[in-house]
Design a protein around this ligand. Structure first.
Ligand code: NOJ
Ligand code: CA
Length: 544
């Protein structure tokens, strides 16, 4: 690992970047983005009607791509991650024609569209599973993972469901045929048997279906579970047998080969392994995932030293050609403004620092809808809880308009929203933030514009620099032309940054952007740089 006196210098020399390297990817959770027909649930038409917000109109956020969480037909036990038809659209979200219209409208604005592919499991209402459970000798029996009970009648092994904090077995007993089936999430999400080549071929056809329709890529749900120990041996303290089995890499190469048959497409995987060495195995060879979501990063404490150590470690483990992906929010985790809240007001300030961090790091940033508004988690009273695993608070609908003008649906819906909105929708809504130059939304827009206009932020090399204890500092450099220094104060105290600059650079620069309102575009002396509580800055540095 790089130490303070041995800064890491990484990054490929300047070259043409792909869209998924240059740009910013925005995750849309369709249920909660915008409801076009007043049933309280967001839908595809709602997204289409809001594309101006995202790109291609005055005042747009300026994102380059959207990732749509699942919109396929589903019983919604896991809100769409239980798919009953991989080639359709659930009526609650619209029709396939609505999808095609959304895709075309997005492409007209130069927005790429990534869809979620859920290959580890189907819904128990999927026709494949209905057949599979119909009898032990059904031709689809082996499309899922069926086993006799252990001696004594219990589940076949010690594997646990990913939900419920590991309390429940990953097996569901089926009375009709007297066997258990593997269900790594809810019982209504039976795991497909990827050791069966017919399953692999059928799921490849699903990819081709969406590729031919014109999607630009896939986010692959729980990709690290696409191979498990075929002998179904118990998990051991030193080794999990229910995930990340070596066969996963061959399977991913075959997936990648299909995607590569089409121009300029991308796959990003949910590699939920809390070990960076295991993570890089999915991106290092260059013929598996283009991008891997890094969950180690999401679980770090809000400390400069922790961020720095983890970023340096990833840069050390990743091959130079591997491209990082950065995110701090998605639909499964508490939002940044809540998760990192320290003292008064710090959550909102840290949400800006977090955005600056992921947008300025070498790699592709993913922003979860509402992150650009600095939304906190919503309070969800017990009688409104709908998720099986406690994730409602981060899934609250987007407040578009002031409830005082638009009613309790806040422009998200004219009906009763499926989940309560955040408490302070009046001030956090898009309408309230849009024209306020000091708002989080305006800040995020400037941040994305800065990345779009500065090659060093898109493709430049990166090195971390020694700085004061609470300050995480790194330099982005574009072939020696452009040097951008990023300094982030992880404490809620005012601190002298004490950045150690390389000798080739001057101690002076121009402030390009601060997370604090009213501090933009001024000359700055880096030797005396002082950061306000929870402040981050990006400075264009001169050469000596
Ligand atoms: C990960 C998804 O992000 C999550 O929402 C879902 O519940 C599980 N995979 C199961 O598909
Ligand atoms: Ca709707």
């Amino acid at each position: 690992m790089a130490t303070d006196d041995r800064p890491a210098l990484v990054g490929a020399p300047r070259r043409r970047l792909a869209w998924w390297q240059r740009g910013v990817i925005y995750q849309i959770y369709p249920r909660s983005f915008a409801d076009s027909n007043g049933d309280g649930i967001g839908d595809l038409r709602g997204i289409l009607e809001r594309l101006d917000y995202l790109r291609g109109a005055p005042g747009s956020l300026g994102v380059d791509a959207i990732w749509l969480s699942p919109f396929y037909p589903s019983p919604m036990v896991d809100f769409g991650y239980d798919v009953s038809d991989y080639r359709g659209v659930d009526p609650v979200f619209g029709t396939l024609a609505d999808f095609d219209a959304l895709l075309a409208a997005a492409h007209r604005r130069d927005i790429k569209v990534i869809v979620d592919w859920v290959p580890n499991h189907t819904s128990d209402q999927h026709p494949w599973f209905i057949e599979s459970r119909a009898g032990r000798h059904n031709p689809k029996r082996d499309w899922y993972v069926w086993r006799d009970p252990a001696p004594g009648g219990g589940p076949p092994n010690n594997w646990r469901s990913s939900f419920g904090g590991g309390a429940d077995p990953a097996w569901t007993f089926d009375d009709a045929t007297g066997q258990f089936y593997l269900s790594s999430f809810t019982s209504q999400q039976p795991d497909l048997n990827w050791d069966n080549p017919e399953v692999e071929a059928a799921m490849h056809d699903v990819l081709r279906f969406w590729l031919r329709r014109g999607v630009d890529g896939f986010r692959i749900d729980v990709v690290f579970k696409l191979a498990k120990d075929p002998q179904l041996r118990d998990n051991e303290p030193q080794r999990n047998h229910d995930q990340d089995w070596p066969a996963v890499h061959g399977r991913l190469r075959r997936i990648r080969a299909i995607v590569d048959d089409y121009d300029d497409r991308m796959i990003v995987g949910e590699v939920y392994l809390l070990d960076l060495q295991q993570l890089v195995e999915y991106i290092n060879s260059g013929d598996e995932l283009h991008l891997a979501h890094n969950f180690v990063f999401v679980h770090l404490p809000w400390r400069a030293s922790a961020m720095r150590a983890s970023i340096d470690e990833l840069e050390r483990l990743a091959e130079p050609r591997a491209w990082p992906a950065w995110f701090l929010e998605n639909h499964d985790h508490s939002r940044v403004a809540t998760r990192y809240a320290g003292g008064a007001g710090s959550g909102a300030r840290r949400a800006r620092v977090a955005a600056m961090l992921i947008v300025a790091l070498r790699g592709t940033p993913f922003i979860f809808q509402g992150q650009e508004l600095g939304l906190p988690d919503a309070e969800v009273p017990a009688d409104r809880v709908v998720d099986v695993d406690g994730r409602d608070p981060e899934r609250a609908p987007i407040p578009w308009r002031r409830p005082s003008n638009a009613g309790p649906g806040a422009g998200f819906s004219t009906g009763e929203p499926w989940l309560p909105l955040v408490a302070d929708a009046e001030h956090l809504c898009v309408q309230a933030q849009r024209d306020d130059p000091d708002s989080m939304l305006s800040f995020t827009r400037r941040l994305l514009a800065l990345r779009a206009g500065r090659p060093a932020l898109q493709g430049g090399s990166q090195r971390t620099l020694a700085a004061a204890q609470d300050v995480f500092c790194f330099l982005r450099e574009d072939d020696g032309h452009e040097h951008l220094l990023v300094a982030l104060n992880f404490s809620s105290r005012r601190v002298r940054a004490r950045v150690t600059l390389p000798e080739s650079l001057e101690g002076r620069g121009t402030l390009e952007l601060s997370t604090h309102a009213g501090r933009d575009a001024a000359p700055i002396d880096l030797r005396t740089l002082t950061l306000q509580p929870d402040e981050g800055v990006i400075v264009l540095v001169g050469r000596s």
